[in-house]
Design a protein around this ligand. Structure first.
Ligand code: NAP
Ligand code: GLV
Length: 310
């Protein structure tokens, strides 16, 4: 008897269906559509919530999130309280984020926009930049993704510091934690990377007051969630020169509307929420293992703390 797993989110169903068929044929993936009987389906795989399904899933045991961030799922107040939510932790997602952060930190470290400006007028201009050990990069959120990004940056010789909720200890990463240590963390951070989960405590954290605590001319890289950023405050900080350049992968409204001022802001670089994606093959394999563990009574991994929000 195959285990039923409901798939919510039409556009990716095919790739996930292929991945389960190839790597975990013991799991029957059922793409959700209105009207199907899901009363006996024990597992659900979703990224965003779909409130109408919860009352119909009368046998629901676990909700798996296709992403590392569960903010969109948890925002649904109708999500059953007593059902565990498992977030995605898989090596390809982690590797992809470390790659993105390294790429963007090197881009900001080397101020590639200065080279572009010189090339646009055929000017052979001297272009200088500090050695990586004279450049301080600060990562907000030192979890699965932040820790992997920090390790990559350390490998390249940067001065790396991280800020988390509780004390952390990563090799060659200066650790700061809690609201009290945020000012000290920010005071020397020249390139700020946000990899926090979006929670009640972190919503709007990238705001005017935070920007003012960075060294003048700092760079911002937000690869976490659009809700972390107060967009108008970034525009003001870039206009004043307090923030010199930024890369944003995530936005309050996605896709970013065509008439959004960010599209035409100088030295503001946009990627379309693809800093890193869950690989369906790696994800399917992991979910199938989790289901097997759970059914054998061995518990689940990466269960979200619903009260904490991540
Ligand atoms: P994670 O393992 O849960 O790590 C979260 C980190 O944030 C932890 O270090 C945690 O501190 C810290 N944190 C949480 N609340 C905090 C607070 N109030 N103050 C200070 N630090 C706080 O999460 P992850 O797997 O690294 O993922 C992080 C986020 O990346 C996801 O939630 C998602 O939104 C985003 N993401 C984006 C993309 C993309 O393509 N753009 C892809 C994947 C994920 P403690 O260690 O002390 O608990
Ligand atoms: C993507 O944004 C994720 O949360 O995995």
């Amino acid at each position: 008897m195959r285990t039923k797993l409901l798939f919510v989110g039409g556009e990716e169903a095919e790739a996930w269906g292929r991945a389960f068929a190839e790597l975990a044929p013991e799991v029957a993936l059922l793409p959700y559509r209105l009207g199907i009987d899901i009363s006996d389906v024990p597992y659900c795989l979703a990224y965003k919530s779909a409130p109408e399904i919860w009352p119909a899933m009368k046998s629901l045991r676990v909700v798996f999130c296709r992403g590392a961030g569960v903010d969109r799922l948890l925002a649904d107040r109708t999500l059953p309280r007593d059902v565990p939510v498992v977030r995605m932790v898989e090596p390809e997602l982690t590797r992809g984020m470390a790659e993105y952060v390294l790429w963007q930190c090197l881009f900001h470290h080397r101020k590639v926009w200065e080279l572009e400006a010189a090339q646009s007028c055929a000017a052979w201009r001297p272009h200088t930049y500090p050695a990586p050990w004279d450049r301080t990069i600060g990562i907000m959120g030192l979890g699965e993704l932040g820790a992997a990004a920090a390790a990559k940056l350390v490998e390249f010789g940067f001065q790396v510091r991280g800020w988390s909720r509780t004390p952390g200890s990563l090799p060659k990463v200066e650790s700061f934690w809690g609201p009290e240590q945020l000012p000290a963390f920010l005071s020397k951070t020249e390139i700020l990377v946000c990899l926090l989960p979006l929670t009640a405590d972190t919503r709007g954290i990238l705001n005017a007051s935070l920007f003012a605590q960075l060294p003048r001319g700092a760079s911002l890289i937000n690869a976490a969630r659009g809700g972390h950023l107060v967009e108008a405050d970034l525009s003001a900080a870039m206009a004043s020169g307090q923030i010199n350049a930024a890369t944003l992968d995530v936005f309050e409204t996605e896709p970013l509307p065509e008439d959004h001022p960010f599209w035409s802001t100088e030295r503001l670089y946009i990627t379309p929420h693809n800093a890193s994606n869950t690989d369906p093959r790696s994800g399917a394999w992991r979910i199938a293992r989790q289901i097997a563990r759970f059914e054998a009574g061995d518990g689940l991994e990466n269960v979200v703390d619903r009260a904490r929000g991540y």
